[in-house]
Design a protein around this ligand. Structure first.
Ligand code: PFF
Length: 490
């Protein structure tokens, strides 16, 4: 059977870049920058990009493209038992998408409630009480919040129709959403930096505090952020690259995806902090008082700031449309990674596989639509990002660096790429990245045992560990048949 193909190189780049650019860029990056030393955070962030992010992107692109397979069979081609690394990556992706789609659902709701900025003067109460109906602790699940559930269903319908025909439908979607989101983003950027008071916000954002670099936590934050953002360790980039011709350039593509993501994130910070500067100045309060992170930033502070702007409804809709669009492209990339593997493993039709994956994704997202949904989201996100994702990164490095041979894969990369990569890449994959990632896990673990994460009750912490261990165990137990290895040499 002919393998699916991207119609053009640009389409592949659009798909990979839009998978990478998502809530991580708009929701998380600006806050991390502020929290971890302002402009000085850019240093560990950029170092993480160069020494770990781009090398791993090269690894995943090369693996998918050389072997022309999704994550499971690509890793199994190296050694049969390594199929578990691929399965684990997919399970992690599945868990991430189950809550990521809920945040996308919130953004959909906010897109509509932007008309007339319905959060009024108290966006905090609006978000937590009117939209989430948040209970007072993770112990009180109470029930499902209808509007969040409906938005979630809507989001999943969108995701289904993007992936149901594989690269054919994904291509159509990304060829439209990439330029579309870019235009919206630029309008928002110009608006934000020309607001009165925006300058103070930007200074606040970028003023470097170099002493922050002495703190290990800052480096951990930078590395995990780069990982999450570049969508490595989820099988997505392997699947996407497997639809390229085997002669497609690899290192240039990896640099384009990595650099585009980082530039976008830094500019997203301009939008966020420019707008916060405006809000602080129009309310006459210091910026410290208005900064927040995560859901608080995008769904409480930002709506408030937006409602102070001229043409508030318009710019609110614009902002949430950007959020929906970028979240959506990232969301379906995760589904596509899973579909790709199941298509290779079964004789079922792609449309049917996509439907089943989407329905399961929707069902497993229900817990995050309950009144305690935000707490569950926080716990699961923490455990998956701190442990599972990093572990898959380490395992991929070992599989490729030590078993397949970093030199061998690099020889392939250099054969097809304009930018030739040197021996440094072998060292990065064999030693540097796995060692850094191991240190990150070790430091996180000691913190975990000192105090329960965010003081959640013990059962919730157990749930977090279950979300790490059970997918790993299942992945390990899935049998792998011998696969043809003829593709392993180019
Ligand atoms: N990279 C996305 C973001 O930064 O929001 C999130 C993501 C998408 C992670 C796809 C993993 C993935 F496979």
């Amino acid at each position: 059977m002919q393998r699916d193909r991207w119609p053009t190189r640009l389409t592949f780049l659009f798909a990979a870049v839009t998978s990478a650019i998502g809530l991580g860029a708009v929701w998380r990056f600006p806050y991390l920058t502020y929290k971890y030393g302002g402009g000085a955070f850019l240093l560990p962030y950029l170092i993480a990009l160069v020494v770990a992010g781009i090398p791993l992107l090269i690894l995943e692109f090369a693996l998918g493209q050389k072997l022309q397979k999704g994550a499971v069979d690509a890793l199994a081609s190296i050694k049969r038992k390594f199929s578990f690394i691929g399965w684990w990556a997919l399970f992690i992706g599945f868990i991430v998408i189950s809550y990521y789609s809920v945040v996308m659902g919130w953004s959909i709701i906010y897109f509509f409630t932007s008309i007339g900025t319905q959060w009024g003067d108290d966006p905090k109460a609006y978000f937590f009480n009117n939209i989430l109906h948040l209970s007072d602790s993770i112990n009180n699940i109470e029930g499902i919040t209808d509007v969040v559930f409906i938005a979630l269903v809507a989001g999943w319908i969108g995701v289904y129709f993007s992936v149901w025909k594989g690269t054919k439908s994904v291509s159509k979607v990304v060829n439209f959403t990439t330029p579309f989101a870019l235009v919206l983003f630029l309008i928002m950027l110009v608006r934000a930096v020309t607001l009165k008071g925006s300058m103070e916000g930007l200074i606040y954002y970028l003023k470097p505090n170099f002493s922050a670099l002495l703190d290990a936590e800052v480096w951990i934050a930078a590395f995990s952020q780069i990982f999450f953002q570049l969508s490595v360790g989820f099988g997505v980039m392997i699947a996407y690259a497997s639809f390229n011709d085997r002669k497609e350039d690899i290192s240039k593509n990896a640099v384009v995806v990595g650099v585009a993501t980082v530039i976008f994130s830094i500019l997203a910070g301009f939008i966020i902090f420019g707008t916060l500067g405006f809000m602080a100045s129009s309310q006459n309060v210091p910026i410290e008082e208005v900064v927040a992170s995560g859901p608080g930033l995008a769904f409480v502070v930002f709506p408030k700031a937006l409602s102070l702007m001229p043409f508030a409804s318009f710019f609110s809709m614009l902002f949430f449309l950007i959020l929906v669009t970028i979240a959506y492209d990232s969301a379906f990339s995760l589904v596509e990674a899973i579909d790709t593997v199941i298509v290779e493993k079964t004789k079922m039709k792609r449309e049917a596989i996509a439907l089943i994956v989407c329905i399961f994704g929707l069902l497993s997202g229900i817990i995050f639509t309950t009144n305690a949904g935000l707490y569950f989201l926080d716990v699961i996100d923490h455990f998956i990002n701190s442990y599972s994702l990093v572990a898959v990164g380490i395992l991929e490095c070992i599989a490729v660096g030590w078993v397949f041979g970093a030199e061998k894969l690099r020889a392939y990369v250099n054969k097809v790429s304009d930018i030739k990569i040197g021996r440094w890449w072998d060292y990065a994959i064999k030693y540097f990245v796995p060692i850094v990632l191991t240190i990150i896990v070790a430091i996180q673990l000691t913190k975990e045992f000192k105090a329960p994460y965010e003081n959640y009750p013990q059962w919730a912490i157990w749930l977090g560990w279950i979300s790490v261990v059970v997918p790993f165990a299942i992945a390990f137990l899935i049998p792998q048949k011998n696969i043809q290895k003829k593709n392993i040499e180019l």
